[in-house]
Design a protein. Structure first.
Length: 398
């Protein structure tokens, strides 16, 4: 790259100009493209809401350390959203074992740099580049710059999680370690509707899913799609009750505050889909999804009544219905969950890149990751062979 470029760290995301941020590829609908479609989790609205709501702050162990690449006029030409972490919670790529081993050996694993969207296991660009600059060169500068920042801070490591596949090369050039895992995504092969998708399944699987959907809405349950102006404070109150119930049971302390939902409802309502289940005039369950340029991202759900298969209907089947209705290419159904396979979601490899400063820890992690990648590849092949699709009808992720 030419010109005088400067990398600096901004600790408050809210101090970054929304206008400057929106010019980075994929962070706004205006900056999106076929190559880098809009990712709602990278929008200024979403990231600022995490900070302003008290969800991702120094107090919760997420101290902003956003890497900004600026030209000699101070214009933002690239960025990496990042946080200095004092723990490994809310990341969905687990390194607790690395931390324990390093600290037992006398090292200090925390703080570490975490480059991701807090509490959000969704793949997207992590090296954000202005459309006015060379994408490949700027990505290489950002990857190397993040490594140098890690060294200057004196922290143990930098972890870039849920990285878009086309950005892996920039990190590999800077000698990061490559880690893989799996998620389950529904791929839209141009189906006209849910019934057309079901026709691609084996007969037994097709009948089972049709019965599952009927059973889920027995007892007078109706399903609503809420977006845009539907997202009132009263609706958020009800959904937050569902979230708190699930979060308290799964994590002990839910990550997101009630204020967070008000802020995203105000700032990005057209990017949000709530799938809400109603019985006797009252909402009893719901799931939140975010609408990207080419994908629907399912995040979390909750309920105050238990009904057979309602979770599958609200989280997976309805998400497919919405994606097909809106012409979206895929549904990303969040972290883990082999139960998604039977519902038409196929295993997809996810990627993260890791810079480990300490040579001994780096060697140990590199050895572990080599074996882990082989296991992930084997499991994805095995699960694909046991998909519900008829032979010859299996989908493939692009």
């Amino acid at each position: 790259m030419t010109g005088n470029l400067t990398i600096r760290i901004e600790k408050s995301f809210c101090a970054i100009s929304p206008e400057s941020w929106s010019r980075l590829s994929g962070t706004s609908k205006a900056s999106s493209s076929v190559e880098v479609p809009y990712n709602p989790f990278l929008s200024h609205a979403f990231l600022s809401a995490l900070e302003e709501s008290g969800s991702a702050t120094a107090k919760t162990g997420w101290l902003g350390h956003h890497l900004l690449l600026e030209d000699d006029r101070g214009a933002l030409i690239g960025a990496v959203p990042g946080y200095l972490k004092s723990h490994s919670q809310g990341e969905y790529v687990f390194d607790h074992g690395w931390a324990d081993a390093f600290e037992r050996a006398g090292g200090r694993y925390y703080p570490k740099l975490q480059c991701s969207v807090p509490f959000t296991p969704a793949t997207g660009p992590r090296l954000l580049v202005s459309s006015s600059y060379d994408k490949e060169a700027t990505e290489l500068t950002l990857a190397a710059g993040l490594q140098e920042v890690t060294r200057q801070l004196g922290v143990s490591s930098a972890h870039v999680t849920f990285v878009a596949e086309d950005q892996l090369a920039a990190f590999e050039e800077a000698d990061y370690l490559h880690r893989t895992d799996k998620q389950f995504h529904f791929i839209n092969d141009g189906y006209a509707n849910h019934d057309a998708f079901l026709e691609t399944l084996a007969s037994r699987k097709r009948k089972a899913l049709k019965k599952e959907r009927r059973t889920a809405v027995e007892h007078g349950i109706a399903i609503d799609w809420l977006t845009g102006s539907d997202l009132t404070e009263n609706i958020w109150d009800q959904f937050f009750e569902f979230y708190m119930d699930t979060g308290s049971r799964k994590w002990g302390r839910p990550y997101l505050t009630r204020t967070f939902y008000s802020l995203i409802g105000e700032r990005m309502p057209e990017d949000i889909l709530l799938v809400m289940a109603k019985r006797d005039g009252k909402y009893i369950a719901g799931a939140i999804n975010f609408i990207g340029g080419d994908a629907l991202f399912g995040r979390h759900w909750g309920c105050i009544e238990d009904h057979p298969f309602l979770h599958f209907e609200v989280c997976y089947h309805q998400a497919i219905d919405f994606a097909l209705a809106k012409g979206l290419k895929r549904v990303e159904a969040g972290a883990q969950g082999e139960h998604k396979l039977a519902r038409g979601y196929l295993p997809v490899t996810t990627h993260s890149m890791h810079y480990i400063a300490h040579p001994g820890l780096r060697r140990a992690v590199a050895d572990y990751l080599e074996r882990e990648r082989q296991e992930v590849e084997y499991m994805n092949e095995y699960l694909s062979e046991h998909s519900p699709f008829r032979k010859g009808e299996r989908q493939q992720e692009d």
